[in-house]
Design a protein around this ligand. Structure first.
Ligand code: PMP
Length: 450
């Protein structure tokens, strides 16, 4: 490895970081992470912290998951790459498809289409939704509905259904035909409604209103995260996703669950859709499917949708999407080992228990620190603190202050993530009670530093 000075000097000069202003990397040089062990990361100066971000919501089994590492190494030796475009396949993708069909069976999903990540998966799911309607002779169904605050990756279709201006404005014009509904976000919403159940009903009414306004026969799909993640961890009321499902079914619209974060246990249930008792038509998974060790994703497809494609005799059912790395044998080997570990350890159960501990600790933190305007969580290991200048106006706190909390928390032993005026927590699902206590005490030190 190059020495520390070389790395620190050249990072900002030569490298642009995702979701970061290039000038910010110069002003606030990032920490250089060089090693990880268990649920901890170690930077180039030897500082060790609990990773309360879990990589990027993806390292659910932690950094020392030997079966996944071994599977990757063995596969690199045996078959490092071959494509699964028409005419060839490999043993891992078949074994994985069988495992995924079993894992997602309670969600009513039985076919897999592989991608190299979440943005790719969103793109595929939106395309499949349009194609499904075309095969069935409803070619006019081309529009998409989604939630404000939703995050669906950075490809142009995904950015078009994204509900956060930061990921859209600089890239407009995006795809026409995408419409956004207010999210069930109790802390801030256009209805000034703080009761989650009533808010869910208002948002559902807004969806139905938009469906009628657009004309249902022009809408292909509704895409949503079961718990809004990057938008600031916004869990809806339990009636919301079932309500969306009912509206989609009523108007012939496909429901796409974007489970890039929530699939494989993060909410305390094996999938986010199952958490709310909903069966989507399509489900996008990525991130935790390989524990973050290899870029990979799978779009899962319901029987009913799959049969429309499989029984098509007109040629319209031919899939016109695919990536060089769709079904990468190393990624698929990693995913096979990873899903086996997820099942063996039943990590969703620990996510539920430790999530309860984390959420309670964050609520206690809010009682002590006025700067915390809202605490969200309560559904597994995804939580957020929303920081405000004052609780009455709810004005977002100055960026510099969040930066200070972040730094002091890091120095006290936990890496947390800043997104807008939120601090987001999504630790590995294998954290112990002591790890969660350490995250909470580091945050306490972070807020006390102000
Ligand atoms: N959808 C959701 C819900 C996500 O959280 C993300 C990534 N955070 C994506 C899509 C995009 O996934 P990727 O970054 O792997 O392309």
């Amino acid at each position: 490895m190059k020495d520390s000075n070389f790395l620190k000097e050249n990072n900002a000069r030569r490298l642009w970081h995702p979701m970061t202003h290039p000038a910010d990397s110069l002003a606030n040089p990032p920490d250089i992470i060089v090693e990880a062990e268990g649920v901890e990361i170690i930077d180039i100066d030897g500082h060790r912290t609990v990773d309360a971000v879990g990589g990027l919501w993806n390292v659910n089994l932690g950094y020392s998951c030997q079966p996944v590492k071994d599977a990757i190494t063995a596969q690199l030796g045996r078959l490092p790459y071959y494509s699964i475009f028409r005419g060839t396949t490999n043993d891992n993708v078949i074994e994985l498809a069988e495992m995924l069909a079993e894992f997602f069976a309670p969600d009513g999903l039985s076919r897999a289409f592989y991608t190299s990540g979440g943005s790719d998966g969103v793109e595929v799911a939106l395309r499949l939704a349009r194609q499904y309607h075309k095969i069935r002779g409803e070619a006019g169904r081309v529009k998409f509905l989604s939630l404000k605050k939703g995050y669906h990756g950075t490809h142009t279709l995904g950015a078009s259904v994204n509900g956060n201006a930061n990921f859209r404005t600089q890239y407009e014009p995006l795809m026409p035909g995408c419409f956004h509904i207010p999210a069930p976000y109790t802390y801030r919403n256009p209805f000034n409604e703080t009761d989650p159940a009533r808010l869910a009903q208002f948002c559902l009414a807004a969806i139905e209103d938009e469906i009628k306004f657009q004309d249902a026969s022009t809408i292909a799909a509704f895409i949503m995260e079961p718990v809004l993640g990057a938008g600031g961890v916004i869990p809806p009321h339990e009636s919301f996703m079932p309500g969306v499902r009912a509206l989609c079914s009523k108007y012939g619209i496909l429901l796409i669950a974007d489970e890039v974060i929530t699939a494989f246990g993060r909410t305390g249930s094996k999938t986010g859709s199952r958490h709310w008792g909903v069966q989507p038509d399509l489900l996008v998974s990525a991130k935790a499917i390989t524990n973050g060790y290899f870029p990979f994703g799978a779009v899962m497809i319901s029987d009913a949708v799959a049969e429309v494609f499989e029984k098509d005799t007109t040629g319209k059912g031919a899939i016109g999407s695919g990536y060089t790395y769709s079904g990468h044998p190393v990624g698929a080997a990693a995913a096979v080992a990873c899903v086996q570990e997820i099942e063996r350890q039943q990590i969703h159960l620990n996510a539920g228990a430790r999530g309860t501990q984390l959420f309670a600790g964050l609520q206690a933190l809010m009682a002590r620190h006025q700067i915390i305007g809202d605490v969200r969580g309560g559904h597994g290991l995804m939580c957020a603190l929303e920081l405000v200048a004052d609780r009455a106006s709810k004005a977002p706190v100055d960026k510099k202050i969040i930066g200070k909390v972040h730094r002091a928390t890091y120095e006290a032993g936990a890496m947390v993530r800043v997104s807008g005026n939120n601090i987001i927590l999504s630790p590995p699902l294998v954290v112990t009670e002591a790890d969660v206590a350490k995250i909470l005490s580091a945050l306490e030190a972070g807020f006390s530093s102000l």
